[in-house]
Unconditional design. Structure first.
Lengths: 192, 192
DNA sequence: GCATCTAGACCTACTAGTAGGTAGTCTACT
DNA sequence: AGTAGACTACCTACTAGTAGGTCTAGATGC
């Protein structure tokens, strides 16, 4: 499952989901990108559901890795959130996976197979829990000011980032992503 | 174009897009809901693009109507935004078109036909311009406090509402929509 | 009053193309 | 020899869309 071809299939699945959503890509698209035949994909991922679940699991693992890295290497919790936002700003700017695939799939959620729905939900729960822990730590150390509860500020922060991705895509504008997220971070500054 | 069947087709298209996105529904699905044959849909809407463009135009017309109604009948600009949010809270709660189809389609945007992309963009521009005008009026009359520019506060407000819809869908939770949007409105209160 | 014409609405039957998925085979490496 | 990984060739189900016919209601001509 960790061999090169399987990884390339999974990575191009991620690219394609970020571009078009679950129903917007096919095994034929992936076959063309990876340079193998459609049937060969089934050898690595028996069904489309398996492929997308694996893609989401990997995506979540990468988030966990990145979040852990920030926790360990960046002392200031607010700065961690700034770097999180900066990562996405780069994605939006370069148009490389410029949207969170869990947020995108969430939009299509009722039509998706249950196993995928569950993975999407797990991603949201993980992201919310990391942001919440970060906000709480910042509030305790004084680097972050919370206007309301950590729970609600967490939900609002995540919603703003996701909403910013959507607006940026709709308007074809990197700037709108930057200005929304800058505003969201500004609100968390202690002097406010 | 305004006869009963055409309307029913367009309305069920709206339902289905809100549930599944552009690629997630077919003429066969609509035929089943409306109770006519697939081919008959083409009589009213020659292509899927025509149908979705018509659905988005109608959706925007309804938004314009509702926004105009709020402008005329509700004196306080902040209260207009509260009612806008309340409308969506009801949709989320009742699970009747619980997501803005322009926001949903924006997620899939790069894969959509250009005419649809253009309509999605028009919806965003209209919504942003109405919210901005409302915020400005509120700021002038003192019923709304703007922490930053009207432009940025507008973008943030809209992003929070859209992000709240996404989170609510992902977690199957009406409460998260309510708490995010309540927080967004709270920020605009003059006492803050 | 009655036949005829027209047009909209809907139908059956079909097209070419694509979807996800399967069966069975070949090849190269361990 | 066994196995992983790729292949060709195929399947069924479904997609948007088309061709051409039927039915009905209203308007028109005599």
């Amino acid at each position: 499952m960790d061999n090169d071809t399987a990884i390339r299939i999974r990575e191009s699945a991620h690219d394609l989901i970020a571009e078009r959503g679950y129903f917007g890509f096919s095994y034929a698209d992936i076959a063309e990108v990876v340079g193998i035949r459609k049937a060969s994909i089934h050898h690595h991922f028996p069904s489309k559901v398996d492929l997308v679940v694996a893609t989401l699991k990997e995506y979540r693992a990468r988030l966990a890795e990145a979040a852990g890295g920030l926790n360990n290497n960046v002392a200031d919790p607010l700065q961690r959130l700034r770097l999180y936002v900066r990562y996405w700003a780069e994605c939006v700017k370069s148009n490389h996976r410029p949207i969170c695939i869990a947020a995108l799939l969430s939009a299509e959620l009722p039509a998706l197979p249950e196993e995928i729905q569950a993975e999407v939900q797990l991603h949201f729960k993980y992201l919310l829990s990391w942001v919440k822990a970060t906000l709480k730590e910042g509030a305790a150390s004084g680097s972050i000011h919370l206007h309301s509860s950590a729970e609600v500020e967490t939900q609002s922060f995540v919603a703003q980032v996701h909403g910013a991705m959507i607006s940026a895509r709709a308007l074809g504008s990197t700037e709108i992503f930057t200005s929304i997220t800058k505003n969201a971070l500004e609100r968390l500054r202690p002097s406010n």
